[in-house]
Design a protein around this ligand. Structure first.
Ligand code: MD3
Ligand code: FE
Length: 231
């Protein structure tokens, strides 16, 4: 017999192994959203292949790099950007910049495959009219993590943030508007899209250290793309 813990199980209700996750108001989870659509004669997802090829083109033009925090620590996550604005961190702080600080040239344009996916996901989640001008690309190798933080460098907190996970599964943590609020855990897998808006837009969130493994499409890594209206 399959047993399920009841809601009375309390904190375990939100555990990684539970099948029920209650999401905060303003949040939508679109499981495997990026894997929807047609499949080619090899059984590969056509939309996903176009997305990954666009991702490779962006990374060739603006390579992933470990940015340094204002405190002087190299981040374990490697990052790059595409779109009109890109998120950067250095000794001076966190900000959005139209140019790649490593080369001084504008970030690569946002590929249409990215833009269309982000707009469609936001629309499905109830945020019609969302048009991102920034896409932050995060690469996690085994052990890489992102500590609990808020995303507050964008101009307009009324716009949601759309995130796409690719590759190895990661445990995502999210809490409330205060750093000390209790956190829930949620496993994000290849193709999952999340939309964070409304009252959840300024929620604290992070990623636990990535567990080692090999993903059949992405290899030994996880990538996360976040689409933002930064300017
Ligand atoms: C909830 N990235 O880049 S994506 C980030 O998986 C970031 O790489 C994580 O946090 C990652 O800033 C999490 C999901 C996400 C993104 C932005 C949010 C959740 C969010 C903003 C507000 C609330
Ligand atoms: Fe974040």
């Amino acid at each position: 017999m399959t047993r399920r813990k009841s809601a009375a199980a309390g904190a375990d209700l939100f555990g990684v192994d539970e099948r029920l996750t209650v999401l905060p108001a303003g949040v939508a989870l679109l499981p495997a959203f990026a894997r929807d659509g047609d499949v080619d004669r090899y059984g590969d997802h056509i939309g996903e292949k176009a997305l990954l090829s666009a991702l490779n083109t962006v990374i060739e033009a603006a390579p992933l790099r470990h940015m340094v925090t204002p405190g002087g620590h190299a981040m374990s996550v490697a990052m790059t950007n595409c779109g009109r604005l890109g998120w950067v961190s250095d000794f001076a702080g966190y900000r959005y910049d139209p140019c790649d600080p490593d080369t001084g040239v504008p970030w690569p344009a946002m590929p249409s495959e990215f833009l269309e996916l982000a707009v469609r996901a936001a629309q499905d989640a109830g945020y019609s009219g969302f048009v991102p001008d920034a896409c932050l690309i995060n690469r996690y190798e085994p052990g890489a993590k992102m500590s609990l933080h808020q995303d507050r460098n964008e101009r307009d907190f009324d716009a949601p943030i759309v995130s796409l996970s690719l590759g190895l599964a990661a445990v995502f943590q999210f809490g409330g508007l205060e750093r000390t609020d209790p956190v829930q855990k949620l496993t994000l897998t290849h193709g999952d899209v999340m939309v964070w808006g409304g009252p959840a837009r300024l929620a604290y969130h992070g990623i636990l250290p990535l567990k080692d493994g090999v993903h059949p499409v992405m290899g030994r890594m996880r990538m996360n793309l976040t689409f933002r209206k930064a300017g």
